[in-house]
Design a protein around this ligand. Structure first.
Ligand code: PAF
Length: 283
């Protein structure tokens, strides 16, 4: 595995690798890798001759009161995991490499930036879209793989790729869950054993929405009510949002016809977790 720290070296390695007509798949990450990330790497591997992964904890997507400083970092462990997966190129730039002094250029998907997590984390998606655009310019992949776990991120990146005409195919992989259903997340490492149990409420609430939906309920307000009821039974879990939206536009849906995204975000102790499911009405 070739490890690159500068944009110039990464771009040269990528161009060299692709010169022979090979397809390059890319998985952007912030490290602290778990099975969810590795499933994205395997999806890239299954579709492409070469796989590049980036590890970069992106300061621009954290608000000043958030966990940028304490975000879990273990480069040596991540590097070994990626080596085992047969990753070809690992891009691990420094913050000044990505954001040189006086960097003032931002990329925003305006209509989507303030929806779901963007509402409670102002500036978050501007940071995400900017870093992903920069990484696409540096890595120049044919295909990029993202996880459905951050469904709003997927919708926003899809729109950015379309609007900025990046020649990158977007592949979205299903959420990977622990045996008891908790969605895998690097932030699960923050949870105490008691919080870990309480965190299951998010997925339980989504299963409840799914079951009420399967029983014929199509009114989003009632479905959200069913989900919120499960969350409120666990007083240590503080809801941030519970929404049913269109998976592409992230607009509220008033009646569920086609596919709808049920998305929840909540604090368990001080840890903010997200989860979601897709439900499919009649088109
Ligand atoms: O999903 C993530 O881990 C991050 O938001 C990403 C896409 C790597 C950008 O920093």
């Amino acid at each position: 595995m070739n490890i690159l720290n500068t944009s110039e070296d990464m771009r040269s390695a990528s161009r060299l690798a692709r010169r022979s007509g090979k397809c390059l798949g890319f998985v952007p990450t912030m490290g602290a890798l778990h099975e969810g990330h590795l499933s994205l790497v395997r999806a890239a591997r299954a579709r492409c001759d070469l796989v590049a992964v980036s590890i970069f904890v992106n300061p621009a997507q954290f608000a000043p009161n958030e966990d940028f400083a304490s975000y879990p970092r273990d480069f040596d462990r991540d590097r070994e995991l990626l080596k085992k997966e047969g990753v070809d190129l690992l891009f691990a730039p420094s913050v000044p490499e990505i954001y040189p002094d006086a960097a003032a250029t931002w990329v925003t998907v305006e209509t989507l930036a303030n929806r779901l997590c963007g509402k409670s984390r102002p500036g978050h998606f501007r940071g995400v879209v900017t870093i992903v655009a920069k990484l696409f310019h540096i890595v120049e992949p044919d295909l990029a793989v993202f996880g459905q776990k951050d469904a709003a991120q997927v919708a926003i990146i899809r729109r950015m790729i379309r609007d900025l005409k990046f020649p990158v195919e977007l592949v979205v992989c299903p959420i990977v869950r622990e045996a008891d259903g908790l969605a895998m997340s690097s932030r699960n490492a923050y949870l105490t054993p008691q919080e870990r149990r309480q965190a299951l409420t998010l997925y339980r609430s989504l299963l409840e929405v799914q079951s009420v939906f399967a029983g014929g309920e199509r009114d989003p307000t009632k479905l959200i009510g069913a989900g919120k009821k499960i969350i409120s039974a666990e007083p240590q879990v503080r809801l941030d949002y519970y929404e049913i939206v269109d998976p592409e536009t992230l607009e509220f849906v008033t009646q569920i016809g086609g596919s709808a995204l049920v998305a929840v975000a909540a604090f368990v102790g001080t840890t903010r977790l997200i989860d979601n499911i897709l439900i499919q009405g009649n088109p």
